[in-house]
Design a protein around this ligand. Sequence first.
Ligand code: G3I
Length: 364
Amino acid sequence: MPPLNRRDFLSWVLGSLTGTTLASKSWASDRPAFLKDYAAENNLLYGAATQYSILKRDRDFTRRFIEECAILVPENDFKWEKLRPAPQSFDFTKTDWLSSFAQAHNLKLRGHTLVWYKALPEWFTTEVNQTNAAKHLVNHITTIVERYAGKIHSWDVVNEAVEPKDGRNDGLRTSPWLEYLGEEYIELAFKTAAAADPQALLTYNDFDLAYDTPEQEARRTATLKLLERLKAKDIPVQALGMQGHLYAGSDRFNAVKLQRFMQNVADLGLKIIVSELDVVDRTLEAASIFRDRAVANIYREYLEIVLTQPAVIAVITWGLSDRYTWLKKYRPRMDEANVRPLPLDHNLAPKLAWEALARALQRF
Ligand code: G3I
């Protein structure tokens, strides 16, 4: 980060010491007020995941969402279990509403996700088998992608297909799709999505690609190999979604390794989206003043590494405010205090994480 001017520096120190939930106010009155504007200054998109049920009922949150974000990712509403009440039917009530909402508020819309091994409806296990899996996959993708063609910025076509721990030579995750269709399910998914909407950016999305651990190095290698295989066959994969579920703890980033991985991805002609950023604060001490500082530091450290890569086009946090985060249920704190993984606090005020994002989105 370049040296800040004196006023900025003093305000930053003050904010860090007091843990004030601040930012736009104290940092600089001549700076943009919202994250999307910091990002836009650098030709980046900032946005967040949220849900139909939240936007429908929480007006204050919705107002802040529209202020801060340029792109919306429905966290769950596009998943099979939400869209597919029965094998032959689709329920587009919520996704149609989200699509209109995005259009009305000048938000880009990112589709998440067409093919995943999780969040499948109950009927999936009894209905889908080796014989009909390809038909189901193609029908699902074609119907949805055609419906929203021209309205989607990017689709997570395939999500989390890599899992080196599953022990296969190709590094792929054993999943129903792999079992029924072999590795070709990935190609089929991308080709089908490209035919249904030639405009949307088609993304492969995966997690645990950030840290300098043997497990995550293996995931980086397997992910890169998968992308190389797809590109060698001219499969229309156009971007990598690096989820970025980060955590406080002893694991560290290795800037050289992470930047090398991202350069290898970029060299394949792919864009990169930081697609599901948040920071688990589970192991941090209770006082929110310290927790917020530690979480903000992790945002800063990570973004300072990944945003050096010009192929990055967007940064998306997995939620906007601590009021709504999957981590509340999936990574609760032992002391039962509210988790604080996101840029805005429970009251929708910017935290130090917001400030770290704002600075990093300007590519420092
Ligand atoms: O909507 C139902 C509600 O009607 C029901 O009463 C309730 C009972 O538990 O469940 C609700 O659905 C839940 C849904 O979130 C909406 O809140 C599901 O049980 C729950 O499993 C689901 O969790 C989501 C999870 O993916 C699984 O789909 C999380 O919110 C979501 O943040 C998480 O997101 C994933 C990404 O898609 C992929 N990458 C990892 C990321 C975190 O796990």
